[in-house]
Design a protein around this ligand. Structure first.
Ligand code: KIV
Ligand code: ZN
Length: 516
């Protein structure tokens, strides 16, 4: 039995990660990711900001209803209406936490809140007490702690711990801190706050200077016992500390840490893929732990070393983080039950026989084009918006592209728009460009294309291409995904998926900017 402390892993992919422009998720997508996080055995899942919109409320409620082994958390500003809404969303949770926050840096208090430090302190204490009406597990964050005055931080932390906060989280909201300085901030707070022993100290680092992981680890070495992080480092601007990096650093360097994590790390890579495919944020190949090259050895000298003894160049085992995990392969002859049970294992619950029928028919179409169907293909099958197709206003009926040496590429397509078939045609610099122009000739979305990327989901020339399209309109950003063995069709699906999102009205608040 280890005598080490337990390091709590608090995942905020579904809240801070989702605040990343274009990364918004539906309720069902949140539930799928939450189930994957539960399998990974994260301690706390921050599922959203319930007051932001009815959709956010439903997302937190749905996660709270299905997750049994992790604690489910909802974010609330230090305001009664936020806290009550969070309490309501978490009512069905087996173990729920309310995370309430208010800014404490001089610039935030003066310019954003227009409040004095005493008023901020009073509101923080009031918020913690109100949250205790709903759960005994209350976390408090002094937002922008990384730029706050230490005396005031000590004062407010002592007051909220006295009021009943069990966890006090120190956010480096704007990613301004540097590892040794952030580590000593945590140490100083733990030494100076007189009732520090009554609460867990947590950290929440943003990556604006590329230091989120380093700052979090420095904090752990100085007494933090909870780290807030996201899968793939997803998050606003440069993102949050990456869960996979924190967890594997602590695991790999047990000689340096006096605490350990309780995660089943073999689920890290599948979880990373799921988040990437749902949000459309690709993982760069050289990303630590989960990048495609993280365990690939190109240079001959490295390969030779690894073949003789893997530890010459590998500090972690690929299989320990879920690379090459056994992936059940389905094919042409697999039946509906095999599909249903594999999807269930992947956390996908089809809510009706019609949904299963639709998924099965697309599975059969795919199996006609592709011999082996992997988990990644199934993820794409259910996340490329196909399952939601019935609800979409604009759908692809047919597409024909012509691309020939020396000729201008052209696309002819038919879309179904609000139930009526509409033909469109266009030429372009390439078949994808022509297809997007043909779609625009019908929908006239007035959006700007911000990103177009193609990823092969599995290996082989029959692999499905997974396309991400990012569109912007009036400052609002959406991502669309599409997957198909034909990448022009995948591109059309992705573009339409994004257009359909832009067509939906958005009434949603950001927790750290503006009002609800
Ligand atoms: O970055 C931040 O300060 C936050 C708080 C809401 C904890 O996300
Ligand atoms: Zn944050």
């Amino acid at each position: 039995m280890s005598t080490k402390d337990h390091l709590i892993i608090f995942d905020t992919t579904l809240r801070d990660g989702e605040q990343s422009p274009g990364a918004s998720m539906t309720r069902d997508e949140k539930v799928r990711i939450a189930k994957a996080l539960e399998k990974l055995k994260v301690d706390v899942i921050e599922a959203g900001f319930p007051i932001a919109s009815p959709g956010d409320f439903e997302g937190v409620k749905a996660v709270a209803a299905v997750i049994k082994d992790s604690r489910v958390c909802g974010l609330a500003r230090a305001m009664d209406k936020d806290i009550d809404r969070a309490g309501e969303a978490l009512a069905g949770a087996r173990a729920g936490r309310i995370h309430t926050f208010i800014a404490t840096s001089p610039i935030h208090m003066e310019k954003k809140l227009g409040m004095s430090p005493d008023q901020v302190l009073e509101q923080a204490v009031h918020a913690v007490k109100r949250a205790l009406r709903y759960t005994d597990d209350v976390e408090f964050s002094p937002e922008d702690a990384g730029r706050s005055e230490i005396d005031f931080l000590c004062r407010i932390l002592e007051a909220v711990i006295d009021a009943g906060a069990r966890t006090v989280n120190i956010p480096d909201t704007v990613g301004y801190n540097i590892p040794d300085q952030f580590g000593s901030l945590i140490r100083t707070l733990k030494e100076r706050v007189v009732n520090a022993d009554k609460a867990i100290f947590s950290v929440h680092c943003h990556n604006d200077l590329g230091l989120a992981t380093a700052n979090s680890l420095a904090a752990v070495r100085n007494g933090a016992r909870q780290v807030e992080c996201t899968i793939n480092g997803l998050g606003e601007r440069a993102g949050n500390a990456a869960l996979e990096e924190i967890v594997m650093a602590v695991r790999t360097r047990q000689d340096l840490f006096d605490c350990d994590v309780g995660l089943d790390t073999t689920h890290i890579v599948p979880c990373s893929r799921l988040v990437s495919s749902i949000t459309g944020f690709p993982v760069q190949p050289n990303k630590a732990v989960v990048g495609a090259n993280a365990f690939a050895h190109e240079a001959g000298i490295h390969q030779d070393g690894v073949l003789k003894n893997r530890e010459t160049y590998e500090i972690m085992r690929a299989e320990d983080v879920g690379w090459n995990a056994n992936r059940m392969v389905l094919g042409k002859h697999s039946g509906r039950n095999a599909l249903r049970s594999r999807l269930l294992e992947l956390g996908v619950v089809l809510s009706s026989e019609e949904e299963l029928n639709a998924a099965f028919s697309r599975f059969k179409d795919l199996a006609d084009k592709k011999h082996d169907i992997y988990d990644e293909d199934l993820q794409a099958l259910v996340s490329d918006a196909n399952l939601d197709a019935a609800k979409e206003r604009v759908k692809l009926v047919s597409l024909r592209v012509c691309s020939e040496t020396g000729e201008t590429p052209s696309a002819d397509l038919v879309l179904m728009v609000d139930g009526a078939e509409r033909p469109g045609t266009a030429t372009g610099g390439g078949p994808v460009d022509a297809t997007f122009r043909a779609i625009e000739s019908i929908v006239a979305s007035a959006t700007v294309l911000k990103l177009y990327s193609v990823n092969a989901i599995t290996s082989g020339t029959d692999a499905q291409g997974e396309v991400t399209v990012r569109l912007e309109k009036g400052g609002r950003i959406v991502n669309g995904q599409g997957a198909d063995t034909d990448i022009v069709i995948a591109s059309a699906k992705a573009y339409l998926n994004a257009v359909n999102k832009i067509l939906q009205p958005l009434a949603r608040a950001h927790p750290q900017i503006g009002d609800v």
